[in-house]
Ligand binder design. Structure first.
Ligand SMILES: *Cc1c(COP(=O)(O)O)cnc(C)c1O
Length: 469
């Protein structure tokens, strides 16, 4: 064995101890670590001939790379939809690396980790109050979950025309309808060879809404003359957290032949609260659902899962099978994850979620969700109080979409946001909504409190003075 490796092998404990110390300094200090950072590094570091050993590398990480890190898992990182990591999820994530299982088949190497993944999906179905008629698996994010679900939808569409697109390629245009698809679904259409422009935009409900206008949807369905289609719907749009009407879509499903996909990346968590679960009423009728765990479940990146109705498992295997001989027997009997999703080798990605669900239970996640929504409302009310800001959309869940009042201020919005983010006290993202420059604040972090709102409001007022006076 190489002597440096040998030395490391004999010093596992001190290496992990030092990594733990590094972690504690970051995690226990998150509130004071800036949410943005202008530090850079020269990325041309030369690879050393002989190894430094892990302890020396930890030291280099500490001095050279750690200072680049921003407090994105912290309580005032409100950009995009950015979750943090709970203690249980970090423990689970670390142990997933330590045990280093390759999660594929139940019978294969690391096989029992597939059972842990089944168990975790089963726990998630209970958390979200969804039926066991869904099967699921873990992927890196909602983008790959949309890819997986829409990949099966593509195969389903071909089947309706008597074609096998997975085998022979796409030989017919695929009809896809959506009102306000997330950009990742559009990217998915490109990755799946469907084409990012090849979908029909359904009208959104009039007024300040991003949800599907059901009458317009039905009009478009009728114009297909009974041809099949794929519907991409939303549980939580990124700008205004709007939800499509799932009960109305369920009714359409009784009349028409289509694949119904829901992108519920963060909005799906409305289901954990009695106060908000009406927003997803009827979603169990979908053929496939996308949900992120690295957002509202507050586990480390990269974690999301797909849910696809068990009745479509054969189509899913046709799409993702890894064997040359097509699989013909009972798909669940010789179940192997590498035949149902994009990756072959994969880590035990379910473990951080398994830890989190057991550690905090239904109540823990209900509290995170309800607390974040209350904070979004609190923040929204606070910023409109002194009439400098206005909301661009009602606060339906955890996202606040707002702007600086007055058309004459529109061109200053971007400078205001840049200056605000430069303070390092808070991070929000720009948006463009209904023809106006706006700002989005998204509340999904388990650590955020009312005190954080106070800190941010004070910073916003200071920043405004500098930009507008
Ligand atoms: C964040 C998000 C995605 C993309 O998720 P990734 O985890 O970044 O791949 C897709 N859809 C919605 C609604 C989202 O909020």
């Amino acid at each position: 064995m190489n002597p440096v490796l040998h030395h490391d092998l004999n010093n596992f404990e001190s290496i992990l101890e030092k990594a733990k110390q590094q972690a504690i300094v970051f995690l226990n200090n998150l509130e004071n670590i800036p949410t943005s950072n202008k530090e850079t590094i020269d990325t041309n570091r030369e690879l050393n001939q002989s190894g430094l050993g892990s302890l020396a590398v930890l030291e280099e990480f500490h001095t050279r790379l750690a200072p680049l890190m921003v407090a994105s898992p912290g309580p005032r990182y409100w950009g995009f939809v950015t979750g943090g990591s709970t203690p249980a999820s970090i423990a689970g994530d670390w142990l997933a690396s330590v045990y280093d299982q390759n999660t594929q088949a139940v019978a294969a190497q690391g096989g029992n980790s597939a059972l842990i993944e089944f168990e975790t999906i089963n726990l998630l179905l209970q958390l979200l109050d969804l039926p066991k008629s869904f099967s699921g698996g873990f992927v890196t994010g909602a983008t790959m979950s949309n890819f997986t679900c829409l990949g099966v939808a593509r195969q389903w569409f071909g089947k309706q025309l008597g074609k096998d697109f997975a085998k022979n390629g796409i030989s017919e245009p695929i009809n896809i309808f959506s009102a306000t698809p997330h950009s990742s679904s559009i990217k998915t259409l490109s990755m799946l060879g469907i084409g990012s422009q090849n979908y029909t935009s359904i009208k959104a409900i009039e007024g300040n809404r991003e949800a599907i206008d059901i009458a317009d949807l039905e009009k478009n369905i009728k114009s297909l003359n009974e041809k099949p289609f794929i519907l991409i719907s939303s549980a939580g749009t990124v700008n205004t957290a709007d939800f499509d009407d799932f009960e109305a879509i369920s009714k359409l499903k009784e009349k028409y032949n289509f694949w119904w996909h829901i992108d519920a990346a963060f909005g799906g968590f409305a289901a954990v609260s009695d106060k908000y679960k009406h927003l997803v009423k009827g979603w169990e009728g979908a053929d496939s659902i996308t949900i992120d765990c690295h957002k509202w479940l507050n586990v480390p990146y990269e974690s999301a899962f797909y849910l696809v109705k068990v009745q479509h498992t054969a189509l899913q295997i046709e799409t993702f099978q890894n064997s040359n001989a097509p699989y013909l027997g009972n798909p669940l009997e010789n179940f192997n994850y590498l035949n149902v999703l994009p990756e072959n080798s994969r880590r035990l990605r379910a473990l951080p979620v398994w830890f989190s669900l057991l550690a905090y239970g239904k109540e823990g996640f209900r509290d995170i969700v309800e607390n974040n929504i209350a904070l979004a409302l609190h923040f929204g009310n606070a910023i409109i109080e002194d009439k400098i800001f206005e909301l661009l959309a009602p606060i339906r869940l955890n996202n606040v979409c707002f702007t600086v009042k007055g058309d004459h201020n529109q061109e200053k919005v971007s400078r205001f946001l840049t200056n605000l983010n430069d303070t390092g006290k808070v991070f929000m993202t720009p948006t463009f909504y209904q023809g106006r420059n706006g700002i989005r604040a998204s509340f999904v972090n388990w650590r955020t409190t009312e005190n954080d709102i106070r800190i941010v409001i004070a910073e916003m007022k200071e920043t405004l003075k500098a930009v507008y006076l």
